[in-house]
Design a protein around this ligand. Structure first.
Ligand code: SF4
Length: 386
């Protein structure tokens, strides 16, 4: 599809474009994913937000072992290794890093970035409770980030520039949501691997370009969708802590097995596009509400589980899902513990779950495929006996 070629070309040229903008005095602010760092604040300060979300490649994961222990999840190790190796152009262009303080692995990755690069690092505290006190704390931290960025870029952030940035990112999220919902159709107009690639591209691309390209894509997809066409492939949902840019192994295997992944729910690595910033009140307050109070909580928050289980159960119903793949990374202890309770809850709802764990190792492809094959076979049998 021509639109995907345009996105690929844009991403290939983007590092050169960022270098040119840096020469003119613009700053590149890298941040770790998890949907707690509002790009709107970075954009409004005149800087360029870049979400660092590459993963799936064993080389940087191995390289990180020269400076850290093995018992850190492969995504956090990839963040470290990619910066150490220096082959990932976006990572080399970062002037300042913002990390949400969620799990210890991300935090350690930020510590190592700071130690080895000497870059300034802003640690954005994320409260473990989504209550009034937690919201106040998070709002204060967003104000601190706002102040820090203004000093760093030398550009004042006004309410007007923040609202403009909010409008831009609201549009971007809304377009992704419209595209996502097209997968409810029994013959989806877009595959989940392509949808996730759009999501990943949106973290590195110029957001104005991305809004333009997604607007064109949605027109094409809405015209091509045939609501009467009956797809008979098995429908899967994939969930877990993280799916990184380049970590497409499980999605590719599902395709090879003739199953369709039709929905995803992840904490990190993809953009959370279900909720927008309400354009009322003060912009920082509106951002705090969107990024903390009014969204599905992630697994690092105690007492978060039931809200997320309900959300995922809703997706299963809406997207007519036959089974769930729980995809987690080795040493991600928070989600490993949660996987037990998640599977238990889904069992109560009659939804089969397969747990897959990855260390970004090329050698595990065969064993993952064997387990997924057995799962798909079981679901197909269940379907034909209904
Ligand atoms: S995958 Fe798990 S351990 Fe790794 S950064 Fe995400 S939440 Fe932390």
């Amino acid at each position: 599809m021509q639109i995907f070629e345009k996105i690929t070309a844009h991403l290939e040229n983007r590092p050169t474009e960022l270098k040119r903008l840096k020469e003119k005095g613009r700053k590149v602010i890298g941040y770790f994913p998890g949907d707690y760092v509002p790009e709107e604040i970075i954009y409004a300060s005149g800087a360029i937000p870049v979400c660092l979300c590459h993963g799936g490649n064993p080389r940087p994961v191995g390289a990180a072992l020269s400076v850290t222990t093995r018992f850190i999840c492969p995504f956090a190790r990839a963040l470290i290794g990619d910066r150490l190796i220096g082959e990932q152009p976006f990572y080399n262009l970062v002037d300042m890093l913002v990390t949400p303080v969620t799990c210890q692995h991300l935090r350690r990755a930020a510590d190592i970035w700071q130690h080895h690069s000497g870059l300034p690092v802003f640690r954005l505290g994320v409260p473990m409770e989504n209550n009034e006190q937690g919201l106040k704390y998070y709002r204060d931290r967003l104000n601190d980030l706002n102040n820090k960025l203004q000093v760093f870029t030398g550009q004042a952030v006004t309410d007007e520039s923040l609202w403009k940035a909010i409008e831009l990112y609201n549009t971007l999220r809304s377009l992704l949501k419209r595209i996502s919902l097209l997968r409810k159709n029994s013959a989806p107009a877009i595959s989940t691997i392509d949808f996730i690639k759009l999501n990943h591209a949106s973290f590195y691309a110029d957001p104005v370009f991305m809004v333009d390209i997604l607007s064109s894509l949605i027109k094409e997809l809405e015209q091509s969708v045939n609501k009467d066409e009956k797809g008979d492939n098995l429908r899967l949902l994939i969930t877990g802590p993280n799916i990184a840019f380049g970590d497409y192994k499980v999605l590719e295997i599902a395709n090879e097995l003739g199953a369709q992944v039709v929905a995803e729910e992840f904490f990190e690595g993809v953009r959370y596009y279900w909720g927008n910033v309400e354009q009322a009140g003060s912009p920082v307050e509106a951002l705090a509400n969107r990024y903390l109070a009014n969204k599905v909580p992630n697994g690092v928050m105690p007492a978060a589980a039931s809200g997320r289980y309900d959300f995922i159960a809703g997706l299963v119903k809406d997207f007519k899902v036959d089974g769930i793949i729980w995809y987690q990374l080795l040493f991600c202890e928070t989600y490993d513990i949660e996987s037990y309770y998640f599977a238990h809850k889904m069992k109560q709802l009659g939804i089969p779950v397969l747990k897959i764990q990855s260390d970004y190792d090329v050698l595990d492809r065969g064993s993952i495929k064997t387990r997924m094959e057995a799962f798909v076979e079981m679901l197909n049998k269940e379907r034909s006996s209904d």
